[in-house]
Design a protein around this ligand. Structure first.
Ligand SMILES: [Ca+2]
Length: 380
């Protein structure tokens, strides 16, 4: 599918002359990064201001570390990790890192590290860094063959604040924290030397993020931020107990357009509290409320209002992926809907094949509506 996506790129461009072929701009205020960056810090301890190289050591197959006065987030110095972008050819995954050494400390009461990092990678389109946590207690980290590295995307050539929650790591006997660059070469014309300036490492205590299991974090509503499609099932999940009332409200008027009851759903993954508002098909912007919880505004609209799909293989892939996810989830009302889509797969996919325009994606809505009318007694 990926190959065909690329080969069809120019055709899609011709059809969609008005849609630039570029990633959509992420809205920082809606991102997890924003939530993490703005979390209340309950306690904080400076581990290193990088004004000396004390406790820091170079690690890895390549590069070096330098106390640099060229750039500092705070104070006069930062630590510069500098390496070529290509390593010795006999190593499968060469890397260059800087490690902050810790003397078997118990960090169980702490759960987050933050630091500032400035990647100076002229010409690189994507900048990122790896972090590795070291614990020498009974539960060792990293595990012998483990890949428990943390990846962090960075904005190139500016200071980035990195927050790294540690709740998932055993941390009774911490021996180090590594910030690591993997030597993966460089794009044509981009720099052959990677430089990362690092400053101000803090150990912190915060309310931890929910990271384990599939249940909804306490105090949250899990909903589709992209929006919901007319004619398709629509549901959100909550940590609130079943039996409570929920309210779907029109954002513009503030009026409740649907009041329902939070229902308990048993699935192979566990029990969930679901809010089903599949029967609301009026286009608009809505919020969902239950107890004291309220979502950000989201859309109910036509397919193309909610998703930007620019060619038929992408649409088929999307549908197949969603159908597979629903089957795995074991949520009954959705499975019935997927069976309906699968029963009429040929007709639906033909819609994409025959005429790929922005408008025709709407066809899938009306097609499904028609099929639904023809399926007497089908419970949605
Ligand atoms: Ca400093």
């Amino acid at each position: 599918m990926i190959a065909s996506m690329f080969s069809c790129k120019s055709d899609a461009r011709m059809v969609y002359g008005d849609i630039p072929y570029m990633p959509m701009k992420a809205i920082y205020e809606n991102s997890l990064d924003y939530v993490l960056d703005n979390k209340e810090v309950l306690e904080s301890k400076l581990l290193s201001d990088m004004e000396t190289l004390e406790d820091w050591k170079h690690k890895g197959d390549s590069g070096r570390i330098i106390l640099s006065d060229k750039r500092a987030y705070k104070g006069q110095y930062s630590i510069l990790l500098e390496t070529g972008t290509k390593g010795p050819s006999n190593l499968p995954r060469p890397n260059a890192g800087v490690i902050f050494r810790v003397n078997n400390e118990d960090w169980s009461d702490w759960n987050r590290l933050t630091f500032w990092i400035y990647p100076d990678l002229p010409g690189f389109k994507i900048a990122y860094i790896n972090m590795i946590f070291y614990n020498a207690g009974e539960d060792r980290v990293p595990q012998e063959y483990g890949w428990d590295w943390h990846y962090q995307l960075l904005e190139n050539q500016q200071w980035n604040k990195v927050t790294w929650e540690l709740s998932q790591y055993p941390r009774d006997k911490v021996t180090g924290v590594e910030i690591r660059y993997r030597l993966q070469g460089n794009e044509l014309g981009a720099t052959k030397t990677a430089r990362y300036y690092i400053d101000e490492l803090y150990l912190e205590k915060v309310k931890p993020e929910h990271f384990e299991g599939w249940d909804v974090q306490k105090g949250e509503i899990a909903f589709n931020h992209a929006g919901y499609i007319k004619g398709f099932p629509k549901a959100a999940f909550t940590s609130e107990p079943a039996g409570q009332q929920f309210y779907l409200k029109d954002q513009a008027t503030g009026k409740t357009v649907k009041e329902g009851t939070v229902a308990s759903q048993d699935t192979p993954l566990g029990t969930y509290q679901m809010m089903d508002f599949s029967d609301v098909n009026e286009e608009g912007t809505y919020t969902l409320e239950v107890g004291n919880l309220k979502t950000k505004p989201f859309a109910i609209g036509m397919f193309s209002d909610v998703f930007r799909i620019i060619e038929s293989d992408q649409a088929k892939g999307y549908l197949q992926f969603r159908c597979d996810m629903v089957i795995e989830s074991g949520i009954q009302p959705f499975i019935k809907f997927v069976n309906l889509i699968k029963a009429h797969w040929f007709g639906i996919v033909n819609y994409f094949e025959s005429k790929l325009t922005n408008g025709i994606l709407e066809g899938i809505n009306s097609k499904i509506q028609l099929e639904k009318k023809g399926q007497e007694g089908l419970e949605m």
